[in-house]
Design a protein around this ligand. Structure first.
Ligand code: AMP
Length: 307
């Protein structure tokens, strides 16, 4: 059992872009997707899939690189899914950079980009509801009503359209992976869910498409989030779960421009709060902080203990 600091992965370690000729296709419709993928499906090629909302950065790139390495074919979707935004302003402000995204994806060896319109994804309003308590009843669940429902709506559709063997998700959205696993098990999809480590800037700030919404000053302030999480791992060696919780929250709330929405120290599997370090063998601290004027909602997490 390990207890302590898990070296973060930094954005700088994404290999320099290779130059080469890739025949990446940008696909807009489900019909085209089937036309392109059927031959690969029939010949038994493995398909890796990376769902994204675009505005890609090295965090996304790390998922794509892994998929390219582990599969014959890699499909990346770029779709800003309206049903997972509980705040219309957030949806409106979400960065959209499809051209730059495609250039990056091509350089990484992506085979197909699936960039559907909202009508292609939702020809009819999606009235399905997904609920996976207790995993989705904590942290992001109650604070973003409808968010995980929207995530399940879009990911279940994308899985049915792409029919991948493996799907890659970032541990930055720690709770999302648990919800996706629950959904895959519920819907009996035969898809391997592959979690990938958080990619960070050299400063420690977790890469996020939302970071582009921060001013340079706000970005400098946001660095305190990961730095405090890293320090809390050291603190945790000599203190209780509750003391470690307060250490993080009090420290961050004392910094002008930051406001912690929640920090929960949870069992990495059930996502339920733990009260002692010996409660379970995988313990993760998940945080959401509002940063700056707008403000921008940033999430991050840190592993305290892993089997
Ligand atoms: P998004 O475009 O924000 O929906 O993210 C698409 C995928 O990229 C999700 O699985 C995220 O968890 C993952 N991702 C986003 N940021 C990072 C990061 N800094 N490190 C690793 N994965 C990330």
């Amino acid at each position: 059992m390990e207890f302590g600091y898990f070296a973060p992965q930094f954005g700088g370690n994404v290999p320099a872009l290779e130059t080469g000729i890739y025949n990446m296709e940008v696909i807009k419709t489900v019909k085209q997707l089937d036309e392109q993928l059927n031959a690969f499906r029939h010949s038994g090629k493995s398909i890796g899939f990376v769902p994204t909302m675009g505005a890609l950065h090295p965090g996304h790139a790390s998922l794509v690189q892994r998929s390219v390495k582990e599969n014959d074919i890699t499909v990346v979707s770029v779709f800003v899914n309206p049903t997972q935004f509980n705040d219309p302003k957030d949806l409106e402000n979400y960065p959209r950079t499809l051209e730059a995204d495609c250039a990056l994806l091509e350089s990484l060896g992506t085979d197909f980009v699936f960039a559907p319109t909202a009508t292609e994804m939702y020809p009819e309003p999606d009235t399905r509801t997904f609920s996976y308590p207790p995993i989705d009843s904590v942290m992001e669940g109650p604070r973003r009503p409808g968010h995980f429902n929207g995530v399940c709506q879009v990911v279940s559709k994308l899985f049915a359209m792409v029919r991948p063997h493996r799907a890659y998700f970032g541990e930055k959205d720690f709770q999302q992976i648990a919800v996706i696993r629950a959904m895959v098990s519920d819907l009996k999809y035969d898809i391997e869910i592959c979690p990938c480590p958080i990619v960070r800037e050299e400063s420690g700030l977790a890469l996020s498409s939302r970071n582009t919404l921060l001013t340079p000053e706000e970005r400098a302030t946001a660095v305190n989030i990961s730095q405090t999480l890293f320090r809390s791992v050291e603190f945790a060696r000599q203190h209780t779960v509750s003391e470690t919780h307060d250490y993080v929250v009090d420290h961050l709330n004392a910094i002008a421009g930051l406001e912690v929405e929640y920090f929960e120290i949870v069992d990495g599997k059930t996502l339920q709060p733990v009260s002692g370090w010996e409660d379970t063998d995988h313990i993760v601290g998940c945080i959401t902080v509002y940063c700056g004027q707008r403000p921008v909602r940033l999430i991050d997490n840190i592993t305290y203990k892993r089997a």
